[in-house]
Design a protein around this ligand. Structure first.
Ligand code: NAD
Length: 340
């Protein structure tokens, strides 16, 4: 069956990497619905001209628009990335997180249900091959101590307005499976990094500040731990879930790459020392500056990815050290081409 895929948030970091990846496959058409918030950049999308691709500027909170798009493009697959995604912004202004992440997800679910339910060919076969893949985060599980891993059975305990809004959206997705049989699957992923990430996030901030010879801010004592996943590995995992994931299930996606924030900063500084020495030849790590910790800062996230590895045969290909070098190279190329 041809996949007519609605990708929401496809001008953001992960969505654009997914579009670039998916555009290499045949038998699918891609509709990218994005509101073009500050986090979006259409230059992120680099696909061959012959690919069936349509960009629509719009809001997932606009239900009429969603209904038109489902009809116009006969959407049978949704990959839902669109979100407000930055924890610090959610602390400063949480409302938009509820609007987009909760209400927007609800609108998408309801539109998919209305369209697929009333399309007799799909519905007679139990929605046919239709799929709704909801992209979520491991932050819904809250924080870990020094030991333990998040599994799909870990109870939800979100600690920031961002993670709470994502947790609420996960619950809505779950309910549409149990109540209406909507063919949904949720993925909960650890921290992504790689090309095309917005400047506000940790790794682009470290690179940008270093290259402009400004203090590199690190929260608290720098000992917080995240489990890093190279964005292309995430895209491949999502594609596996789309092809072979079991309906109604959730899959944790992580790269087994737990690293302290200070290690991230020091590794990037060492790579830059080699690739782009400071004009004064001093080490970049001299720029690292500890700043006041984020309120409610989760200590540690780490994913147990056994389920997706064993059931779907997915495995992260990059370790942190190989992925971060590719990432630094990409940002250096952007820096040399004069783009900020
Ligand atoms: P991002 O902030 O880079 O991109 C989000 C995109 O969504 C932007 O292009 C933005 O314009 C668009 N958008 C925002 N509100 C919208 C609306 N109301 N209607 C339509 N489009 C809208 O985010 P990202 O890092 O690419 O994350 C994508 C998804 O993956 C999010 O759902 C996020 O929760 C999830 N996730 C991200 C990470 C990570 O480390 N970045 C990890 C796990 C899960």
């Amino acid at each position: 069956m041809k996949q007519n895929i609605l990708i929401t948030g496809g001008a953001g970091f992960i969505g654009s990497n997914f579009i670039n990846y998916k555009s290499k496959q045949e038998n699918c058409s891609l509709v990218n619905l994005d509101k073009l918030t500050y986090a979006a950049d259409l230059n992120n999308i680099q696909i061959p001209q012959e690919v069936a691709y349509h960009f629509v500027e719009g809001d997932i909170c606009d239900q009429e628009l969603l209904e038109d798009l489902f009809k116009k493009y006969d959407i049978n697959t949704v990959i839902h990335f669109a979100a407000e995604s930055h924890v610090d912004n959610s602390i400063a202004g949480p409302k938009i997180f509820v609007d987009t992440n909760v209400v927007g997800t609800f609108n998408l679910l309801q539109t998919a249900y209305n369209y697929w339910m009333h399309n007799p060919n799909e519905f007679k076969k139990g929605y046919g091959q239709a799929r709704f893949i909801h992209i979520s985060t491991d932050e819904v599980y809250g924080t870990l101590g020094k030991t333990g891993l998040f599994t799909e059975d870990t109870p939800y305990a979100p600690n920031s307005p961002y993670s709470a809004s994502k947790a609420a959206s996960d619950m809505l997705v779950r309910s549409y499976f149990h109540t209406y049989g909507l063919p949904v699957i949720t993925t909960n992923c650890s921290n992504n990094y790689g090309p095309r990430q917005h400047n506000e996030k940790l790794i682009p901030t470290i690179i940008r500040k270093a290259l402009s010879d400004e203090p590199i801010p690190i929260y608290g004592d720098g000992k917080n731990i995240r489990d890093w996943l190279y964005v292309l590995d995430h895209c491949k995992g999502i594609d596996q879930v789309l092809s072979n994931g079991k309906l109604g299930e959730t899959y944790n996606i992580g790269g087994k790459n737990e690293r302290e924030n200070i290690y991230i900063a020091e590794t990037i500084c060492e790579l830059l020392d080699r690739k782009q020495p400071r004009p004064n030849n001093l080490p970049y790590k001299d720029l690292i500056t500890y700043v006041k910790d984020r309120p409610g800062h989760d200590y540690r996230y780490a994913i147990d990815a056994t389920k997706i590895e064993q059931e779907l045969g997915w495995q992260a290909e990059e370790n942190f050290e190989s992925g971060i070098e590719k990432t630094v190279d990409w940002y250096l190329e952007k820096y040399h081409s004069g783009l900020s």
